[in-house]
Design a protein around this ligand. Structure first.
Ligand code: HAM
Length: 414
């Protein structure tokens, strides 16, 4: 876990602002779910045998012994919120988005943190393939708008409870005949979670994996039609996608479409910036009515790293219009109030209340490039006046303090 420091915050702010605005433009509404939830929600939702739950989840124990967990991902919480808050009885689809920290006890490395941030979008109550494509479109749209271009997508279909068993059987038959050639982890996967065999990164398993049966060849008519439609929508959008037969994703709830969004560059290889897919059975599995759903989450930490690397332009701080120079205790006192008054009038004032010398303060004003300095010294504080100094011409004029806002507005108009 790490600190995000001030010099990076401008990138974070730009990304989050763009993400939220774009999500709203795509018709999503923002929600927030708790960071700590009943551990059971993730065990049942994300899946007990997934790495995320079995190896990486942080458990939190209360004094009373309740078993809670720091959320490792946002989808189960969103499903719970949908069910508990009666959203199923509202007109569907319900389109939600969230932003916040997730926690996974992974081995830290470049781009992998134990506390990281996701922007997640979830759509409940509509089985249409067009929504799967729209989520992918959103990711591209957002990444492009924050200056990232070298993006592609990998996509696959994992079928449904009707067609997946025959694929599982074919996969198991294939792997059982090759037990001696695969790693111990894969031998465990044969027993526990055969689809995850396709996730193996071990060198010796790769040739076997490439030859393994592909889910797309086993899809039932409905799943095949759905997948074909998703791809047609992506073609229409001219988005660069690749079919990846061995992509199964590290979470248990997916049905039909699964996809990942990658940054791709020779020197860095592939970096997953986001992933998602359909999960038409999860609401029911967690105790709700059968409700089709699809979603995606973008990894913001990785996106920020790339924005920095690509030297994306970000606005650096507020655009100050004036600098408030104060001298002496009386001047300081009056300046505090004036600062607020200027702010309320929409005139952004920079200041340096901790400095006492006029020279030092004028130097900062100069550096900031403000048009006017407002000078409030002991004498002005007593008189109820203030000096407006034009920073370019050096011309100074003394005006009553209560008129300073109007005077500045007049000058800015000119
Ligand atoms: P996920 O693929 O586990 O999906 O995570 C999505 C993204 O979060 C990844 O592509 C990556 O960019 C980022 N991410 C994951 N782990 C880390 C880490 N340790 N450090 C930095 N970034 C990380 C999900 O979480 C699903 N909830 C997505 C979803 C929503 N599916 C349906 N709806």
């Amino acid at each position: 876990m790490r600190d995000i420091l001030q010099q990076d915050m401008l990138f974070w702010d730009k990304l989050i602002k763009s993400g939220q605005e774009l999500a709203e433009d795509y018709g999503f509404q923002k929600i927030e779910t708790p960071i700590v939830e009943d551990a059971e929600l993730f065990i049942r939702g994300t899946g007990a045998t997934t790495d995320i739950v079995s190896k990486e989840m942080y458990f939190v124990k209360t004094a009373g012994g309740a078993s809670l967990a720091l959320r490792p991902e946002g989808t189960p919480g969103a499903v719970r919120a949908y069910m508990e808050n009666g959203m199923a009885s509202l007109p569907q689809p319900i389109k939600l988005f969230y932003y916040g920290p997730m926690f996974r006890h992974e081995q830290p490395q470049a781009g992998r943190f134990r506390q990281f941030y996701q922007l997640g979008l979830e759509i409940f109550g509509d089985p249409g393939a067009v929504l799967d494509a729209q989520l992918i479109q959103f990711c591209f749209h957002l990444l492009r708008s924050v200056g990232l271009k070298k993006i592609n997508i990998q996509i696959n279909s994992l079928g449904c409870p009707q067609c997946r068993p025959s694929y599982r059987k074919a996969l198991l038959d294939y792997y059982r005949h090759r037990k001696e050639k695969i790693c111990p982890d894969c031998n465990r996967r044969i027993k526990e979670n055969p689809l995850r065999l396709l996730d193996c990164k071990e060198e010796k398993c790769q040739p076997i994996k490439t030859q393994a049966p592909a889910m797309v060849d086993y899809l039932c008519d409905e799943c095949r039609k759905h997948f074909k439609e998703v791809l047609e929508f992506l073609d229409e959008l001219e988005l660069p996608y690749f079919l990846n037969n061995s992509m199964v994703r590290g979470l248990d709830y997916y049905t039909k479409t699964v996809f990942e969004i990658f940054w791709e560059e020779e020197e860095m290889g592939q970096i997953a910036l986001g992933g998602g897919g359909r999960y038409d059975n999860l609401v029911k599995e967690l105790g709700g009515k059968p409700t089709p759903a699809v979603g995606v989450a973008l990894g913001l930490d990785r996106i920020v790293e790339l924005m920095k690397k690509e030297q994306v332009k970000v606005i650096s701080g507020p655009n100050f219009k004036v600098f408030l120079v104060q001298l002496g205790l009386m001047g300081k006192k009056k300046s505090l109030r004036l600062f607020e008054k200027l702010h309320q009038a929409g005139i952004l004032a920079a200041e340096s209340m901790s400095r006492d010398s006029i020279k030092a303060q004028m130097k900062i004003a100069d550096k900031l490039g403000v048009r006017f300095a407002l000078i409030l010294g002991q004498q002005e504080a007593l008189d109820g006046t203030i000096i407006i100094r034009d920073m370019q011409s050096g011309v100074q004029e003394t005006v009553p303090q209560e008129k300073v806002v109007d005077e500045l507005k007049k000058r800015f108009k000119k």
